[in-house]
Design a protein around this ligand. Structure first.
Ligand SMILES: [Mn+2]
Length: 439
């Protein structure tokens, strides 16, 4: 498959970004924009730093991820990049950037972030996006809400460049997911699966968009399970992996669940796979994402009753709140430079909040989908002891077949998560596309 040329996509992307910034700056009453990539942070009482993550509002402009750099932009002019290349013999300074995006900037190499001062240009009201620090002190207003609201709101719709970066991230993530499944099936421990994943993704841990969730059996019932057991226990039945990859800062966020053998749990996985595909098909412009979340509860209720986990009607399972015991998180979120991307609750470009549906506090996206929105669709069914105990203690307890629950609980849970683009016509599913290409 021939891929589109990132360079020309990037130039269009930057033009769109500048047009968006021009409008937002005018509406918010600013003359220019300074965006910092961020500074290294150090562990308490230590001289080693946390892994560096650039400011996503900086990364929206360019793929470089070096600390202490600044983008300086004034409408009507070319964006300037102050690229920090410290004179430092303890660490290797970042190389002067190269690649398809560099020619779009007036590049100035500086030795220290303090050189920003004096290069911003005279006069005007400046907005500074990024954490406050000595380099930007007094240069302008930090993260002015009227401006960041407009910029963040626009980031939900991805440009063709961003979509291509996300397709490339998905390809890397799927490559690694396949390696992880193979490792699981060949007897690896959680930790060894993780290493196989990183190797296939070509990523150090700190380059992953979020910490891998690699969970055997009951560990899958811990939604953000973070331990990687070094030993594989005997008789593992199930494997849930929620792991991503990135390209130029853009993330994929993929979850798959596997059964070690055919049987009841595999049937539950198959049923959830069908639910997941049907929900992913609803990702279309004009659809209120909250509706997809509520639809997920109805579909999951259908699976719970069809598989004898819940007795009675699917409607009663939704109405009593029983589905939230088995599916206690949101159906998904915006995805982009951040795994839970910016602006998920915004009512409009000027700000305001779009409320979550009552009784659904963990939903992370409440907007109506527009072309170019990339969202995750990640329905799940889990056997979480503490939530089950609460349900058992009240009226919902009578609606559950507890023997069925006890039989499935050792498998932990199922989640299947794809990354889906809203567009005219049928949605584009990055994840299924990448799995099909890899098969
Ligand atoms: Mn997710």
């Amino acid at each position: 498959m021939t891929r589109p040329d990132l360079g020309s996509l990037y130039r269009d992307h930057l033009r769109q970004l500048m047009a968006r910034a021009d409008r937002a700056l005018a509406e918010a009453g600013f003359d220019g924009l300074i965006v910092g990539s961020g500074a290294l942070r150090y562990y308490y009482l230590d001289d080693s730093s946390y892994p560096f993550r650039p400011n996503p509002r900086y990364r929206a402009w360019l793929p470089d991820a070096s600390p202490d750099c600044f983008l300086v932009y004034r409408p009507g002019g070319r964006p300037k990049l102050l690229f920090c290349q410290p004179d430092d013999y303890w660490y290797l300074p970042p190389a002067r950037p190269e690649g398809y995006w560099v020619d779009s900037f007036d590049l100035e190499v500086v030795r220290s972030p303090s050189e920003l001062r004096g290069r911003v240009g005279a006069g005007g009201r400046w907005a500074v996006l990024g954490e406050p620090g000595p380099a930007t002190d007094g240069l302008g207003e930090h993260d002015p809400p009227v401006l960041v609201a407009r910029l963040d709101y626009g980031r939900a719709s991805k440009t063709p460049y961003e979509l291509e970066c996300m397709a490339l991230a998905s390809a890397a993530g799927v490559r690694a997911h396949r390696a992880a499944e193979a490792a699981f099936r060949s007897g690896a421990s959680e930790y060894e699966v993780h290493l196989a994943y990183c190797r296939a993704a070509g990523a150090r841990e700190e380059e992953l968009p979020y910490n891998n969730i690699i969970a055997f059996d009951r560990h899958a019932a811990v939604l953000h399970y973070q331990v990687l057991d070094r030993q594989r226990p005997p008789g593992v039945r199930a494997f849930l992996i929620d792991a991503g990859a990135q390209h130029a800062g853009y993330a994929c966020d993929i979850t798959r669940t596997y059964a070690a053998a055919a049987g009841t749990f595999q049937e539950l996985i198959d049923a959830m796979d069908a639910v997941q595909l049907a929900l992913a098909d609803r990702v279309r412009p004009g659809v209120d994402y909250r509706e997809i979340h509520l639809e997920a509860h109805r579909a999951i209720a259908g699976v719970l009753t069809a598989h004898g986990i819940v007795k009675g009607s699917a409607e009663a399972a939704v109405e009593s709140g029983l589905t939230s015991v088995f599916f206690p998180h949101g159906i998904g979120h915006l995805l982009g430079l951040m795994v839970h991307d910016a602006g998920g609750f915004m009512a409009g470009p000027a700000g305001g909040t779009s409320p979550k549906p009552e009784g659904h506090p963990y939903l992370r996206l409440t907007r109506t989908l527009e072309p170019g929105f990339v969202v995750t669709i990640e329905p799940g069914i889990y056997f979480i002891e503490s939530l089950l105990a609460q349900a058992r203690a009240d009226a919902r307890g009578r609606m559950v077949d507890w023997r069925r629950v006890e039989a499935l609980a050792p498998c932990g849970g199922v989640r299947i998560e794809d990354n889906v683009v809203a567009q005219a016509g049928a949605p584009r599913n990055f994840t299924r596309e990448a799995f099909a290409a890899a098969a």
